[in-house]
Design a protein. Sequence first.
Length: 90
Amino acid sequence: MLAKALRRIEAAGTELTDELKKAVAAIEKADRNADRLYDYAKCLEIGDVWIHLEALAQKIKEFATTNYKESSILCPILGLNMRCPSPVAR
């Protein structure tokens, strides 16, 4: 579902980051062979997607991040409320 949603977003004209492009490819490969994710190096291909999925698994809805690029795309797909820290006053 996630890979398909990311492909739709990309097809609609939103540029995915290189990390998200790699993650989509890894998710699609895992869909055909989930055992490949038991290899730590292959699991890392999913990158930040994994952190977002962990939040879902823990039933967390408020997702605090400084990684705006990927999270601004992933959070709406997964139903997470993205929270970015406010700049620190100097």
